[in-house]
Design a protein around this ligand. Structure first.
Ligand code: DX5
Ligand code: ZN
Length: 213
């Protein structure tokens, strides 16, 4: 089980020390929430800051793009240490094209669906190509929201589909993850849990992360 702490809930004024604390832990991805003020109302940070964060992180950088134009970031992050590049299905007209462009740049490429997007919108072709599927268990845009349990059916569907078709994608879930919802997600088939509030608002981080595992 990979745990992906979302730095959205971290202390932004002390980001360097926050990242260094996570550098000491294992089986962690560093989850970065990139919001453009268009795809979602909130705004976070752009490619220059992403590069600096990923340079500092010894854990794989997991960049979750809640943006209308993911193609811009494929280009601007070409020479970065981003490990996984996740974009939203709802943001693009040709997801297969984005996947193929992103695969030329990043070791891993993910696709995300919002709570109201049916899991069946992820076509066979997408699921064959993708490295990771991110199921949103809150409406993207803000940390600290409550877990939406309809996401669990999507996780189970993706797990069953993966086994039946012998595919390799990881199943990540993001939003409202704590000890209880994390256990439910794990049971449904998630192998990568994103958690912001639960990790950063509780201490020490290692203990919070161990609870999720
Ligand atoms: C929401 C973000 C999440 C968020 C999770 O748009 O994608 O990664 O930071 O935060 P919590 O764990 O507080 O729900
Ligand atoms: Zn996220």
């Amino acid at each position: 089980m990979i745990i992906s702490p979302s730095i959205l809930a971290s202390d932004f004024l002390n980001l360097e020390s926050e990242i260094k604390k996570l550098n000491e832990l294992e089986n962690i991805w560093l989850h970065l929430d990139i919001m453009d003020g268009h795809f979602v109302p909130n705004l976070t940070f752009g490619h220059e800051i992403i590069k600096k964060i990923c340079d500092l992180s010894e854990n794989p950088c997991d960049a979750h793009f809640m943006v209308t134009n993911p193609e811009f970031y494929i280009k601007s992050l070409k020479y970065s240490d981003v490990h996984n590049f996740t974009f939203h299905l709802e943001a693009v007209s040709n997801p297969l094209k984005i996947i193929s462009e992103a695969k030329k740049v990043f070791p891993s490429v993910g696709i995300s669906i919002k709570p109201n997007t049916p899991v069946t919108d992820l076509t066979e072709e997408i699921l064959e190509e993708i490295d990771l599927v991110l199921v949103m268990s809150v409406e993207p845009g803000f940390g600290g929201q409550s877990f939406m349990s309809n996401s669990l059916d999507k996780v189970s569907f993706l797990r069953d589909y993966k086994l039946k078709n012998k595919l390799n994608y990881s199943i990540q879930i993001d939003g409202g993850i704590n000890e209880t919802t994390g256990a439910e997600a794990k049971k449904a088939g998630a192998d990568n849990l994103v958690a912001g509030t639960f990790v950063f608002k509780g201490k020490p981080y290692k203990q919070q992360i161990d609870k999720l595992r």
